[in-house]
Write a protein that binds this ligand. Structure first.
Ligand SMILES: CC(=O)N[C@H]1[C@H]([C@H](O)[C@H](O)CO)O[C@](OP(=O)(O)OC[C@H]2O[C@@H](n3ccc(N)nc3=O)[C@H](O)[C@@H]2O)(C(=O)O)C[C@@H]1O
Length: 459
């Protein structure tokens, strides 16, 4: 059966659409804004064996807890945006955003990325996911998500339920996945998918009878005001949970269905390249930045060479060493200092110009450092800070340990691959070309989020 048939038979959102096509805008219970199971729990497209199988999903009799796998599909051949699934969005490769939410939700028995591309596999493993190397057959432009999920299930017999999370919706939070999982595990749903409520009047294109269009979900003689209409539920593409049995039969939605309503600010769906900058802004405001971001950063330590400078050495004819830096970066440092974050500079070299620079921008400086972590630990304990209050930006192997320890860590775009792996944030800008400014902005934004979160907690 195709997707349309499935939806028509059971999706409460689709029922709203159908009823509205003759001008009636059907009300649903808006009190249940967050999560709403199919009211009747009816199983219009499920056979008797489907129902029996549902027992298997909840596995009440055997007592075995069904294995729930998060599965992120990330093929390499995306058309609009090349290698979209690992393109860095606000400092994190696209799949990283949803992988972080999946792990922190702690609801999955396993977390997988299905890919046909070596680099995507590498990034997936860096984020802790297991990798399913899928066949080229389910990786073409015309292969559907369902094809790829079915292939995964054929090769992973231990999995009972799939939570297919789309990387193209990066504003996902652990709470969304926890709520959806409850619908599966506790309420016995066979499938749950995410939606967003929209108040769009839709018109159908008509090609016959001299008429161009007809209304699909409104009566032009009686146009409802937004506040008098509950709107419609639209798939927002964030996730689709479904039991093995449903998927094997060719459905992602069916059986006892529930939808999970996400607020519009979390409903991002990157489809084409112009969506990217909008998604970036959205994720900075509403994305999930991990569990440990509630502390305000109090100290930023910056490796001078290869972060503040571009790592180039200049010599004058007289043999004098010259260093250049970018005013954007020093402005970033001043801005963060004004916000109460102390900035310290560190370098493995000894250079008189570093001293002048540090004095000019009012930073403590440690030069000739053989072990940067030792210095970082010393500053941290002298200033009585926790690691969560320390941010570090570095660019090469000697920075890796500091990047791993600091609560907030960043690297310029052109940092070494070891440093990139160890850091939480990869700047769009390169060393000496605005990376430090960008990282400072990132820290300030995290600070805003921390403040917002603690205000929410206090209310
Ligand atoms: C579950 C499902 O049907 N997902 C489809 C979604 C969904 O209908 C919408 O998001 C709803 O808003 O639409 C598509 O969405 P899109 O093509 O962007 O794919 C979503 C994510 O899944 C990966 N993918 C998809 C298919 C496949 N065979 N392998 C994959 O790795 C993509 O790389 C991307 O990260 C579409 O626009 O064509 C195609 C997707 O297949």
């Amino acid at each position: 059966m195709d997707k349309t048939t499935v939806s028509e038979s059971g999706d409460p959102g689709m029922n709203t659409t159908r009823d509205s096509s003759d001008g009636r805008c059907n009300s649903s219970n808006t009190g249940k804004r967050k999560m709403n199971a199919t009211a009747s729990g009816s199983n219009e497209n499920a056979s008797a064996s489907d129902r029996k199988r549902k027992m298997t999903v909840s596995d009440k009799e055997s007592g075995k807890k069904p294995h729930l796998s998060a599965l992120i599909l990330a093929r390499g051949g995306s058309k609009g945006i090349p290698l979209k699934n690992i393109k860095v969005l606000a400092g994190v490769p696209l799949i990283g955003w949803v992988l972080r939410a999946a792990f922190d939700s702690a609801v999955f028995d396993s977390v997988w990325v299905s890919t046909d591309h070596a680099k995507i596999a590498e990034v997936a493993e860096e984020f802790g996911a297991q990798v399913h190397r899928r066949s080229p057959k389910v990786s073409t432009d015309s292969s559907s998500s369902l094809d790829a999920i079915q292939e995964f299930l054929r090769l992973h017999k231990e999995v009972d339920i799939i939570g297919n999370i789309q990387a193209t919706s990066p504003c996902l939070h652990p709470i969304h996945l926890q709520d959806a999982t409850r619908k599966i595990r506790e309420d016995g749903c066979d499938s749950v998918f995410s939606v967003v409520r929209r108040h769009h009047f839709r018109w159908q294109e008509v090609k016959t009878g001299g008429v161009d269009t007809k209304p699909l979900n409104l009566d032009p003689a009686n146009r409802p005001r937004r506040q008098d209409w509950d709107g419609e539920l639209c798939e927002n593409g964030s996730f689709y949970f479904a039991s093995r049995e449903l998927i094997e039969k060719g459905y992602l939605q069916g059986g006892k269905m529930a939808y999970y309503e996400m607020l519009p600010e979390f409903s991002v769906d990157i489809d084409i390249d112009i969506d990217w900058p909008v998604a970036e802004q959205r994720v900075l405001r509403f994305g999930y930045f991990g569990k440990d971001q509630l502390e305000q950063v109090k100290l930023l330590v910056c490796n001078i060479d290869g972060c503040l400078t571009d790592g180039q050495m200049y010599l004058s004819a007289g043999g004098e060493e010259l260093v250049s830096w970018n005013i954007r970066d020093t402005t970033g440092i001043s801005t963060i200092q004004e916000q109460g974050v102390e900035v310290c500079l560190i370098s493995s070299r000894d250079c008189p110009i570093h001293k002048l620079l540090a004095k000019k921008i009012g930073c403590q400086l440690e030069q000739n450092v053989a072990n940067k972590l030792e210095v970082l630990e010393l500053w941290k304990s002298k200033k009585k800070l926790s690691w969560e209050q320390v941010a570090y930006i570095g660019n090469d192997e000697s920075d890796v340990e500091c990047l791993k320890k600091a609560g907030v860590s960043g690297v310029p775009h052109d940092a070494s691959s070891d440093a990139v792996k160890a850091a939480g944030y990869t700047c769009r800008n390169s060393a000496g070309r605005g990376a430090v400014r960008e990282f400072a902005d990132h820290i300030l934004l995290l600070g805003e989020q921390a403040r917002a979160k603690s205000q929410q907690k206090n209310h």
